[in-house]
Design a protein around this ligand. Sequence first.
Ligand SMILES: CC(=O)SCCNC(=O)CCNC(=O)[C@H](O)C(C)(C)COP(=O)(O)OP(=O)(O)OC[C@H]1O[C@@H](n2cnc3c(N)ncnc32)[C@H](O)[C@@H]1OP(=O)(O)O
Ligand SMILES: CC(=O)C(=O)O
Length: 532
Amino acid sequence: MTNDRFHLYDTTLRDGAQKEGVSYTVDAKLEVAALLDRLGVGFIEGGWPGAVPKDTEFFRRARSELPLRHATLVAFGATRRPGGTADGDRQVRALLESEAQAVCLVAKADLRHVSDALRTTPEENLAMIEDTVRLLVGEGRRVFVDCEHFFDGYQNDPDYALRVVTRAWDAGAEVAVLCDTNGGMLPMRVHRVVSELRSRTAGRLGIHCQDDTGCAVANTLAAVDAGATHAQCTANGYGERTGNADLFTVVGNLVTKMGMDVLPQGCLAEMTPISRALAEIAGEPTDSAQPYVGSSAFAHKAGLHASAIKVRPELYNHLDPAAVGNTMRILVTELAGRASIELKGRELGLDLAGRTETVGRVVDRIKDMESRGWSFEAADASFELMLRDELGQGVPPFFRLESYRVVVEHRADGVVTSEATVRLHADGERIVATAEGSGPVNALDRALRDALKHLRPELAKVELTDYSVRILATGQGSDAVTRVLITTGDDRHEWTTVGVHDNLIEASWLALEDANRYGVLCGPQPAACAGS
Ligand SMILES: CC(=O)SCCNC(=O)CCNC(=O)[C@H](O)C(C)(C)COP(=O)(O)OP(=O)(O)OC[C@H]1O[C@@H](n2cnc3c(N)ncnc32)[C@H](O)[C@@H]1OP(=O)(O)O
Ligand SMILES: CC(=O)C(=O)O
């Protein structure tokens, strides 16, 4: 059910789709809308029917395929064209034909746009707004008016910008949405302008902020603080140019900092999984530093932070991550202290209480190794193996390497092939395995697992899923140290390991060795390992 005291309005499917690189299929739009409804937003702007064929189709399919529990679907469009009638305007009719119960109209609120972009008179622009709103309201639609360029227009000619707002209300619009279309505003100005309007008018005010100054979220909150009761946002801040106000940050702040219950009971904890699912659908990378829902939002690296968190987590968290469906993580790096190792151990299910000496040794080892180019921050599996080794709970060596060899062949026909041979000793046997691969590391990985598969059948399902290399700047060109991160997975989970060496293949081998040791650790008892 829509919260009528405050409208939480999502425009991911319209303004969000204006982000460079984002293009939703109709199926994807239906999925996005279903997720936003699960989150509990009050309004979902589905697109511009009549202008974009996919959006027309989305509204047609939504009638039968999108059961909504919380949200009202909104069709977006423009006021009628100058010199015509609303009823005779093909695009206005398409809004009605969409059968959406609510319509959001974009209307010009800056005289410069009226004269130069619309090429019409100030009075005709007001008539366009009035006619279109009246027609839609007369047809039983709830109508919102996005007053485009409102803040710039208000600076340029406050009386005219105000006339746009009041004309929309007088014609029956439920909300006049003040838009910072060029995104050039700062929170102080937004607050002042919305406060002025609030003191001079009584109708419902909304806010829509683009993020060109990096202040879209702050501007939205400033407007709400000054009296706006309708906020337009997009998931993960997707939108034209630099984007829009991020729905998740706005909601997190409104609920947990401003005490406003803008989501139905229990829905706040859906924010993190829904943000990530929406990124996946949009084909966009997740932003680890995104407030509230980013993977780093509650990740702690500094030893001093960890030492306080060990006593009371809230000392270094602005809220309980579980409240927004996120989790706290401890990162182990050269910035770690003993508390970091203890907390990380806890995360991995290893009790380090009373193991002061071991913990101190691990801290020293990490600091020493990181000074030589290792990095355990993203390689939890290598860290866990090291910690278990120190605790005497590691994976005992199950083979001894005699040698490996990798050959890369560039043939005259341009084909490049790789072949690796691994020789090792295990269970009193000498094992020799050779494999081809798309690249040298792939060949080495296959040869190693081929050699081990009889000894360790659990490794048969394991495969390398990601590989990244970083050349660490030493100022020595190709002699520089190479750090390799390898992500490996089986049908249940994934884990990341690290290797460092001057030689790229040896660095890869070290990471592969850890990957297989970790695979054995996890193998028959999934509870024993903490890979994600
Ligand atoms: C601030 C925002 O982000 S608003 C959302 C913007 N989103 C989009 O533009 C995406 C969808 N847009 C489209 O598919 C197309 O631009 C359409 C179908 C709307 C229009 O396409 P066309 O008819 O080819 O016109 P074109 O895009 O070149 O120009 C837009 C026209 O709308 C007019 N227009 C702009 N704003 C308004 C308005 N609020 N009310 C009425 N007309 C408007 C412009 O003056 C221009 O008129 P003109 O054709 O007489 O020059
Ligand atoms: C309506 C809109 O997207 C804007 O003014 O930015």
